[in-house]
Design a binder for this molecule. Structure first.
Ligand code: Z5A
Length: 217
């Protein structure tokens, strides 16, 4: 089967802590897809939370600082899933049905890691919400960029001011990282990349993992 046909309708997700290099990695994935003969029109990029007009409004809410009212942890979780449903139903599924490859900057694992590991919400409750919101929909391949929170945050800090979530204590990110690590260990269609390496080494590792995945299709 031609490579382009193998890749048609596949959802590739990149996960990781802030500053892990997800935006950078997306560029490597795009380059790899183009090297396999895909046209730019056949590649759709998404980010979470966000990616549709309404989901971007929800992103604004979770990023917002309000003086005298805190966003409740469960409200934060539900907004993540509300935004995800909008994105999956209005952008990702139609693109996949059109035989595009979708590259997701974060997806479901971020809720398990941040709202579950970080905030301490029961992971089984989050899995139940996921099931109600999205059913069995999931990524075809997940690349987890693993980085120590200190290094990731120092990279993110280099870009400017930190937002509401980025200012949380380092323990929060260590707990989130531990959930990501468990998820990748349990999921055969996911791989872990050491994101503390140089740009070139991360790029090489990502492209090698994509080649191995492609060979398995
Ligand atoms: N969130 C949540 O809580 N629950 C959910 O379900 C979802 C999300 C979906 C989204 O923030 C926030 O929402 C996030 C989790 C939460 N909050 N936090 N904190 P966002 O989209 O604004 O931010 P992000 O997803 O964390 O992305 P980021 O901070 O932009 O990081 P990144 O995309 O992984 O990194 P980057 O922009 O590619 O790289 C960061 C810098 O490091 C940049 O200057 C690069 O040039 C540099 N870099 C990248 N790679 C390297 C290497 N290899 N060496 C050296 N420097 C590098």
């Amino acid at each position: 089967m031609p490579v382009q046909q193998k890749l048609a309708g596949k959802f590739i997700v990149i996960e990781g802590l802030e500053g892990a290099g997800k935006s950078t990695a997306i560029q490597y994935i795009q380059d790899w897809l183009i090297s396999k003969g895909l046209s730019e029109q056949k590649i759709e990029l998404t980010r979470e939370p966000g990616g549709t007009v309404l989901a971007e409004k929800m992103r604004d809410i979770v990023k917002m600082d309000v003086d005298d009212e805190q966003l409740d942890d469960k409200a934060e979780l539900l907004i993540m899933y509300a935004a995800r449903v909008q994105l999956v139903e209005h952008k990702i599924k139609p693109a996949l049905a059109d035989n595009k490859v979708v590259i997701g900057d974060r997806h479901n694992w971020s809720s398990l890691a941040y709202q579950g590991g970080g905030r301490g919400i029961d992971l089984n409750l989050i899995r139940d919400i996921k099931q109600v919101a999205l059913g069995d929909f999931k990524a075809d391949f997940t690349l987890f960029l693993d980085i120590e929170p200190e290094l990731g945050l120092s990279r993110a800090r280099g870009r400017g001011e930190l937002d509401r979530i980025e200012r949380l204590a380092i323990d929060f990110f260590n707990r989130s990282r531990a959930v990501f690590q468990q998820l990748v260990a349990d999921e055969p269609s996911a791989v872990c990349i050491d994101a503390s390496q140089s740009f070139t080494d991360v790029e090489t590792a990502i492209k090698q993992q994509l080649d191995t995945w492609l060979a398995s299709l």
